[in-house]
Ligand binder design. Structure first.
Ligand code: C2E
Ligand code: MG
Ligand code: MG
Length: 521
């Protein structure tokens, strides 16, 4: 665009020069006609000796005048076009062409001005916004729907947040400046915006359920520096995402401590993977008679200073970056190596959503199986119930390819995500693991009972195995057995333990069983 503008400017300059030369030439010609001695030369002597006026110089003058008029018109048109183009460029710098929101630069200027020390001490709040699962939306429904979502968000913000300045910082990241709002008012206003955004809308004949994650910070109470406002609002935004998205969170100084902790985990975890300092524990998955059918591999990290760090703390940190790929491959290799010593016929390995997004996942699995000599049907991959992920065709295709290879797929923690029963029919899975929260409430919660029997009913029809997770008491064990579950996992049947402990326990179990068989014989 700028190149076109530049060429146009050069052309205008050249034509202006030509225009000036033409005028100069015309003036010379006119002068030469007017000057008496020169004028004589302009008169030719006719045959009869009467001087006749030659038409050539006049024709030349007329042509030049016409040319000059044309050039003048052309010049004016070009100058106007260049002006309009320049105005458009300025507008482009100020307004995002897709959504009509302010551009990043202009928004930052406005934020800088708003956070300058105010004599009246009037507060202002900054909200950073991210459209939830925007990448999945784009991947699954196409960029037109993605564009629609962004435009819709700005429309809703304009409608529900009068007086606010709305900026698009890039991609699906937006910022809202709420002048005169302290944190309480800002939170209330942003929550109002969120609930309006969550009202279903339609694009390309599809119902869209949009939501956003929001981080909020207030000046001057929390900071008066505009760069710091962005950083703090970003931390609050991260917290909103971590707590399940679709919500607004106010910045809290504790978030800075959490961030430092996250950084430390990331650095030390990388070192732990490289130095082979992680460990795998295995938890038995049994049949109704408590015989071990297989085991689930659960990663363990004993930090040299901080001691045991639970996976719930470090897996999400690993998932934020590329570390999860390293970790995932390490777990897979170790589990496959250990399998031949382990009790049961299979090993179940947890796979993170970000691993499923990897193009080379199938290749990695093939390589690990080949290197370890494990048969595909001995490996179960546990994927979590995640609607936005499982609706991406590439991800589904990858899971299908793994299944075609003979690897068994289990849907972990079923009931905690948002997969409807309908999903069970379409997902390429072999096993459903009912989340512990339903199993632990089987005794006293009718809703959990209805849920568990509905899952079992569908699983029977689809020929899926069902694992009851988190069995802690004999009552939970018998209730889930009575409901129709065929596989069981939980502290009652065996806690996750290191390979040697599990092998020892399994051998003890076998000899006890043999003793009791001998006694009854
Ligand atoms: P999960 O895959 O659902 O694993 C089961 C979790 O429930 C394990 O927690 C296990 O120790 C715990 N558990 C099993 N039986 C009982 C019970 O009877 N009562 C209670 N209260 N808990 C029980 P853990 O090891 O802390 O792992 C937590 C989660 O971390 C796992 O949930 C899984 O999502 C993730 N995780 C663990 N290891 C890995 C891994 O190697 N890779 C990935 N991507 N995620 C992993
Ligand atoms: Mg699992
Ligand atoms: Mg689970």
């Amino acid at each position: 665009m700028e190149q076109v503008q530049g060429t146009r400017r050069i052309k205008i300059r050249q034509y202006r020069l030509l225009f000036a030369l033409q005028i100069a030439a015309l003036l010379c010609l006119a002068l030469s006609l007017a000057a008496p001695n020169l004028a004589k030369e302009g008169l030719a002597i006719g045959e009869l000796g009467t001087p006749t006026l030659s038409v050539a110089p006049f024709a030349l003058i007329a042509a030049s005048v016409l040319l000059l008029l044309w050039m003048r018109l052309w010049l004016r048109r070009e100058v106007e076009a260049a002006g309009a183009e320049a105005a458009r460029q300025v507008a482009l710098l100020q307004v995002d062409p897709l959504t009509g929101a302010m551009t990043r630069r202009i928004f930052m200027d406005a934020l800088k001005a708003a956070t300058r020390p105010h004599p009246a001490g009037e507060p202002c709040s900054l909200a950073l916004l991210d459209v939830d699962h925007f990448k999945s939306l784009n991947d699954s429904f196409g960029h037109n729907v993605g564009d629609f979502a962004l435009t819709h968000l700005v429309e809703v913000a304009r409608r529900t947040l009068p007086g606010a300045l709305i900026g698009r910082l890039g991609g699906d990241e937006f910022a809202v400046l709420l002048p005169g709002c302290d944190e309480t008012t800002a939170l209330a206003r942003m929550e109002e915006f969120l609930s309006a955004l969550k009202t279903p809308t339609f694009a390309a004949n599809r119902q869209l359920n949009l939501s956003a994650s929001i981080g909020l910070v207030t000046a001057p109470r929390q900071t008066s520096f505009f760069e710091e406002m962005i950083l703090l609002a970003d931390l609050a935004l991260y917290e909103s995402k971590r707590r399940g998205r679709g919500r607004a969170t106010l910045f809290d100084p504790d978030m800075l401590r959490i961030k430092r902790n996250r950084r430390m985990i990331e650095r030390d975890l990388r070192a732990a993977i490289m130095l082979d300092e992680l460990d795998l524990h295995y938890q038995p998955i049994t049949g109704a008679d408590q015989t071990i059918l297989g085991v689930e591999a659960l990663v363990r990290w004993k930090h040299p200073i901080r001691g045991m760090i639970p996976p719930a703390e470090f897996i999400p940190v690993a998932e934020e970056g590329a570390l999860i790929d390293m970790l995932g491959e390490w777990v897979l290799r170790r589990a496959c190596q250990d399998l031949e010593d382990l009790p049961g016929r299979f090993v179940s390995v947890n796979v993170s959503p970000s691993q499923l997004r990897r193009n080379d996942l199938v290749e990695v699995m093939k390589t690990v199986l080949r290197d370890s000599g494990v048969a595909p049907h001995q490996l179960v991959l546990e994927i979590t119930e995640n609607v936005s992920l499982l609706s991406i065709p590439e991800v589904l295709g990858r899971i299908q390819s793994l299944r075609t290879m003979g690897i068994v797929i289990a849907l972990d923690d079923f009931g905690t995500g948002h997969c409807t029963f309908n999903y069970l029919r379409s997902l390429p899975v072999d096993i459903v693991k009912i989340d512990r929260s339903y199993i632990s409430r089987l005794a006293d919660d009718p809703v959990s009972r209805v849920f568990v029997s509905a899952v079992l009913e569908i699983a029977r029809a689809l020929r899926l195995s069902v694992v009851a997770e988190g069995i802690e008491t004999p009552e939970e064990f018998s209730l889930s057995r009575a409901a129709g579950c065929t596989r069981f996992q939980g502290y009652l049947l065996g806690r996750p333990s290191a390979k040697p402990d599990l092998i020892g326990r399994a051998q003890a179990q076998i000899s006890t069983r043999q003793d009791s068989l001998a006694l009854t014989a």
